[in-house]
Design a protein around this ligand. Structure first.
Ligand SMILES: Cc1ncc(COP(=O)(O)O)c(C=O)c1O
Length: 384
């Protein structure tokens, strides 16, 4: 696959490419600009050519593909009755929150946080507790476990929404970190809702650990969400996977979902199955390409092309969390770069209080686009 190939997405009503005026380079919403694996396109063609799109069943063999994948990648044993297919991960964690919480209950998550982590509890009448991460002396984002536990106790937290790999910081939490979090949750009867949508895009040989795979006791206390959407660039298809291994918890969530959300559409199922079944080689190539993109940003920062911008090198995801506080820009950072650099990124303040003064840059694009974006940012910074 030629990841350098630029494909014009504007004729496809792309959110990323059509939201801002034509002269703005979009490095914001988290999808990539790459064509998905050929096997996905072929499978979709075949299904489309059939021409009838009535109600469907879960494709035969999909459970096996998913289960084998978990076993192969994580030595995680999952059975078909522990899996539900849902249209999206945000929908999934919102359903869990609503199924398990009463209005006014507290939900905790690390910040900076993917904006729906803040919005979903709020929209459900719940209290969102922000657990800010901190940068250690090596510039790595860490969790303050003591603070986390105090916040859990003080607010009688019901559900912890974990994001691993973490959006926007790109942290990939270690087994030790996950065990500490799970231990706190188990001791204080907090259900873990684990958003692992970014689990397939990790760098420098890092390996993902699903928190539920650590221990049967943890898995009984956890709802996990994964998806082929970020991994294979099929987010607009809407197919995701929920894994809930405790029978009672799964039944509660399923009862709540019934009549509220439908399963993925017939084409979404086809795309998801083909991606998981045949997308491995493509994925490895994509990871190498994205890692080079990540390092391009790192070099630009290290070489002084972006004076006043720092970052914490992401261990996974195609997102760079840029600390722009030293730029001293007054007003909304995102607007500054849209107006002066013609580059759109996500403003840090939408990621919670901890995001003030930061921008999230999506480097899931061709290297040519990324270089152009960095150059335009550099020119805008020079004029401050
Ligand atoms: C951490 C995280 N969760 C969920 C989503 C969205 O998932 P979905 O489109 O399946 O709702 C994103 C997309 O950016 C994300 O970064």
């Amino acid at each position: 696959m030629d990841f350098d190939l630029f494909i014009d997405r504007k004729p496809t009503e792309s959110l990323k490419w059509n939201y801002y005026p034509d002269d703005v380079l979009p490095l914001w919403v988290a999808d990539t600009d790459f064509r998905c694996p050929a096997a996905v396109i072929e499978a979709l063609h075949k299904r489309v050519d059939h021409g009838i799109f009535g109600y469907g069943l879960t494709p035969e063999g999909l459970d096996k593909v998913v289960i084998d994948r978990f076993d192969r990648l994580y030595t995680w044993k999952v059975s078909p009755d522990q899996i539900s297919y849902i249209p999206g991960v945000v929908t999934g964690f919102t359903i869990v929150l609503r199924a398990l919480c009463e209005k006014g209950d507290a939900v905790i998550f690390q910040t900076p946080a993917y904006p729906p982590f803040i919005g979903s509890p709020k929209a459900s009448g719940l209290i969102g507790i922000q657990n800010p991460m901190y940068l250690d002396e090596e510039g790595i984002y860490r969790i303050d476990f003591d603070l986390f536990e105090r916040q859990v106790i003080d607010n009688k937290v019901k559900v912890y929404v974990l994001c691993n790999p973490q959006n926007p910081t790109g942290r990939v939490f270690s087994k030790e970190e996950l065990l500490k979090l799970a231990d706190i949750c188990l001791r204080h009867h907090v259900i873990i809702c684990s958003d692992e949508i970014h689990c397939d895009i990790l760098y420098d040989g890092k390996k993902h650990t699903p928190i539920a795979a650590l221990d049967p006791e943890i898995s009984k206390n956890t709802a996990t969400f994964m998806a082929p959407s970020k991994t294979y660039n099929i987010a607009g298809m809407h197919a995701s996977v929920a894994i809930i291994q405790d029978e009672g918890l799964h039944a509660t969530v399923k009862d709540f979902m019934q009549y509220l959300i439908s399963s993925p559409g017939v084409l979404a199922f086809v795309a998801a199955k083909a991606a998981y079944e045949h997308g491995d080689e493509w994925l490895q190539e994509q990871i190498a390409y994205l890692q080079a993109n990540r390092d391009l940003i790192g070099n630009a920062i290290d070489d002084g092309l972006l004076p006043g911008i720092r970052w914490s090198k992401p261990e996974g995801t195609f997102l760079a969390w840029l600390d722009c506080r030293e730029l001293g820009i007054k007003g909304v950072l995102q607007t500054f770069f849209v107006e002066n650099a013609k580059v759109s990124m996500n403003d840090g303040c939408t990621f919670g209080e901890a995001g003030e003064g930061f921008l999230r840059l999506n480097f899931g694009c061709t290297q040519a686009v990324l270089k152009q974006g960095l150059q335009k940012m550099a020119e805008a910074i020079q004029k401050i």
